[in-house]
Ligand binder design. Structure first.
Ligand code: APR
Length: 389
């Protein structure tokens, strides 16, 4: 069933002509919309309303024709290119949007050539937003037929309210995760000077990491990145099949490395996958350094992607057999030292424990790395300062 352009009613201001013409040498046909010299404010105003009407009529058609998910790719890439076009400084331009007609799609997607003078960016941005919003209502996160790139792009560009409509599990908002306050360990034993600003960035949360509605949750994965048991299994189950599809494009992950993906049906925006050391035979420098790299590279990956709230499980302390009482020291020292240097780039680091034993372990050790200021005698170290004992 072909989607005829004629259904797209474009009422354009007078100095414009448009029509269909074949793009020579290809199987594409093209709508030529020529906006000639639009200088008067009246014309550009009418152009605004034209684009708004065009996007509404397109969306009306789009809904009417019940597109198959497979067409998201074109719509999203088109909208993206429209956005790039709109953000560019607008002068006289010719603009080609190429679509690859899809055999079994509901429409022969046409290339649209726009040559525009003085087109305001608002009109194209409105088109871009309305196209993406329309798509996001029909995205299917349970089907591995949905293109993960489109789903990821749509979810990351949607508002939190829109994203909540796609969560496959229930969620816990950040504001319901309290900041940690130390109970115990006198400052004499603290390894670091107290620093209230840093301590406000730490949380200890016992529960299911998949429910946290934050920028990124860290996955204790294996080298294949294709899922497994433990927290890895929980994350893949919660995210749905598209997570594995994206992971399959990453070429695996070495111990201590970290790689980032979308989070799909999870409340988090991203998953940072890291592979902890296997430590059945005991812990030496190699295992300690590898575990430290997991925390460091995951934090680096978050900061590089402008993510400000991150949660860690107890990496390697389950199937991989790292003794939890050793792992907790590596985790806390690495995070404290990273926050000393990068405190402005992170708002919250959540230690997400699952077992009561781990919760007790973190309660006992946190005051050694994030001590509360005690008597006036102990000065607060500045956010960047630390005084390892
Ligand atoms: N939320 C938070 N923490 C969890 C969850 C969850 N939903 N499920 C398990 N955990 C905790 C475990 O209690 C443990 O403390 O995560 C910690 C890490 O345990 P594992 O998931 O076994 O991870 P790890 O020890 O690093 O072993 C990784 O196990 O699951 C496989 O595919 C994974 O091969 C990889 C290996």
């Amino acid at each position: 069933m072909a989607f005829h352009v004629s259904k797209l009613t474009l009422r354009l201001p007078k100095p414009v002509s448009f029509g269909l013409r074949p793009v020579n040498g290809t199987k594409h046909s093209c709508i030529d919309i020529k906006f000639t010299n639009i200088t008067s404010a009246a014309n550009s105003r009418s152009l605004h309303s034209v684009f708004r009407q065009a996007s509404e009529s397109w969306l009306a058609n789009y809904r009417l024709l019940k597109p198959k998910p497979i067409n998201f790719r074109w719509a999203v890439s088109t909208a993206k290119r429209l956005e790039n076009f709109s953000s560019a400084s607008v002068a006289s331009k010719s603009f080609h949007l190429k679509s690859t007609p899809n055999r079994n799609s509901w429409s022969r997607l046409y290339t649209v050539a726009l040559s525009v003078l003085g087109l305001s960016t608002g009109a194209i941005a409105a088109l871009h937003t309305s196209v993406l919003l329309a798509m996001s209502e029909t995205i299917d996160l349970d089907s591995d037929r949905t293109a993960w790139q489109d789903a990821k792009s749509l979810l990351l560009s949607a508002s939190q309210e829109k994203r909540r409509g796609h969560y496959r599990i229930d969620y816990l908002p950040l504001e319901e995760i309290p900041v940690w306050t130390s109970k115990g360990a006198s400052p004499a034993q603290s390894r670091y000077k107290s620093n209230d600003a840093l301590r406000q960035k730490i949380s200890l949360f016992r529960g299911d990491i998949t429910k946290l509605e934050i920028d990124a949750i860290v996955n204790a994965a294996n080298k294949s990145l294709l899922g497994g048991g433990g927290v890895d299994g929980a994350i893949h189950r919660g995210a749905g099949p598209l997570l594995k599809k994206e992971c399959a494009t990453l070429g695996g992950c070495e111990t201590g490395e970290a790689k980032i993906t979308g989070a799909y049906g999870l409340p988090a925006k991203h998953v940072i996958h890291t592979v902890g050391p296997i430590a059945y035979g005991g812990v030496g420098d190699k295992e300690r350094n590898a575990l430290r790299d997991c925390y460091l590279n995951s934090l680096e990956t978050a900061v590089q992607n402008q993510l400000r709230t991150v949660a860690f499980p107890c990496i390697s302390t389950g199937v991989y057999g790292y003794p939890p009482e050793d792992a907790v020291e590596v985790a806390l020292a690495t995070v404290r030292e990273y926050l000393d240097e990068h405190h402005e780039q992170l708002d919250r680091v959540i230690f997400c424990v699952f077992l009561k034993t781990d919760e007790d372990l973190y309660q006992r050790n946190l005051p050694l790395y994030f001590p509360q200021a005690e008597s006036a005698g102990q000065s607060e170290s500045p956010p960047g300062g630390q005084d390892p004992l």
